[in-house]
Design a protein around this ligand. Structure first.
Ligand code: 13P
Ligand code: SF4
Length: 310
């Protein structure tokens, strides 16, 4: 079916279902274009919490749709593809974190979890952070308790460096961001001399050290808009390039490939398609459903995050 017809069907179903369509900046361009709101994990969580429609169609990965459901449990949250996982989520099973905390109970860890984790891990945490607010929230951690940061060791190391707070780091990583290489950055710098390199904090230390600015996807937009430069080398998942080109049309954005993929795509993010979005609005399935007791426990650290990042 032609893209225009699919988009038309989605718009009609959206009205019928009294739905809102949310999309993360790494989603396929056509999904970003059909969405009512596009943003990073933090902006999407805030938007979902306030949404007063009947249905939230979430174009993103599963932990993002779960977050929407945790924060706004009376809405129906549908996700075009329930298989849309995240390598960070997979690197920290709740059962392993629980066993670790039990084994080290005398340490009384203050657990800070990056939002890229399962509901089970959120439920075991004291506070949640996103890449957009991690520095600010880590600074508020109680000074008399050791911090355990899960699951992203790269983001954790960057925040520890920036805040001066000592943290124990879970050994997790994003399989896309960990694969950016020095050579690909240096080549891009040679081809585009003077262009600032902007990278996501999920990148490894040596990549962050080569970058001019490290920030969340949403903050990239503000940085590129306000900078005097006209060309930027963008080191993150390639979906953000569509958003940058749309929102900052007078500037040029150069994507960088990874060891594994010349287009730096997250296959989990790319599982969602227009067809699947149409189907999930039509069928109201797959729907995200969470056990209420676990939802309540996971809600607490999320609410703390939202309060601390106002
Ligand atoms: P943001 O919080 O910047 O949206 O990043 C989410 C993510 O999955 C990065 O890989
Ligand atoms: Fe997870 Fe990495 Fe994909 Fe982001 S890009 S959703 S961290 S696997």
């Amino acid at each position: 079916m032609a893209q225009g017809d699919l988009t038309q069907q989605i718009q009609e179903l959206k009205k019928e279902r009294n739905a809102v369509i949310l999309a993360h900046s790494y989603q396929r361009p056509e999904l970003q274009d059909v969405a009512d709101f596009v943003g990073d994990s933090l902006a999407l969580a805030r938007y979902a919490q306030q949404a007063n429609c009947e249905t939230i169609a979430f174009c993103g990965v599963r932990f993002m749709a779960e977050t929407a459901c945790i924060l706004n449990p009376t809405r129906k949250v549908v996700l075009p593809d329930l298989e849309a996982s995240c390598s960070l989520e997979l690197s920290c099973p709740a059962s392993e974190l629980s066993a670790f905390l039990e084994k080290n109970s005398e340490k009384n860890y203050y657990v800070i979890a990056y939002i890229n984790c399962s509901i089970g891990v959120k439920a075991l945490s004291d506070v949640i952070v996103t890449s957009g607010n991690a520095r600010r929230i880590v600074e508020t951690a109680p000074p008399d308790r050791p911090i355990l940061f899960v699951p992203d060791a790269n983001l954790g190391a960057w925040v520890a460096q920036k805040t001066g707070r000592k943290m124990e780091l879970w050994d997790g990583a994003c399989h896309v961001h960990r694969q950016f290489t020095r050579d690909s950055i240096l080549n891009a710098r040679t081809t585009h001399p003077g262009a600032p390199v902007v990278c996501h904090p999920e990148c490894r230390e040596e990549i962050r050290a080569l970058s001019d600015h490290v920030c969340s996807t949403e903050q990239m937009i503000g940085f590129c808009r306000e900078s005097e430069a006209s060309t930027f080398i963008i080191v993150t998942e390639s979906g953000i390039l569509h958003r940058l080109r749309k929102l900052v049309p007078d500037k040029e954005f150069i994507g960088v490939g990874t060891e594994g993929c010349s287009c730096a795509e997250c296959e989990y993010m790319k599982l969602n398609t227009l067809e699947k979005l149409r189907d999930c609005l039509r069928d109201l399935s797959p729907v995200v459903s969470l056990p209420e007791e676990l939802r309540r426990r996971a809600e607490k650290p999320l609410l703390r995050m939202l309060e601390l990042s106002q």
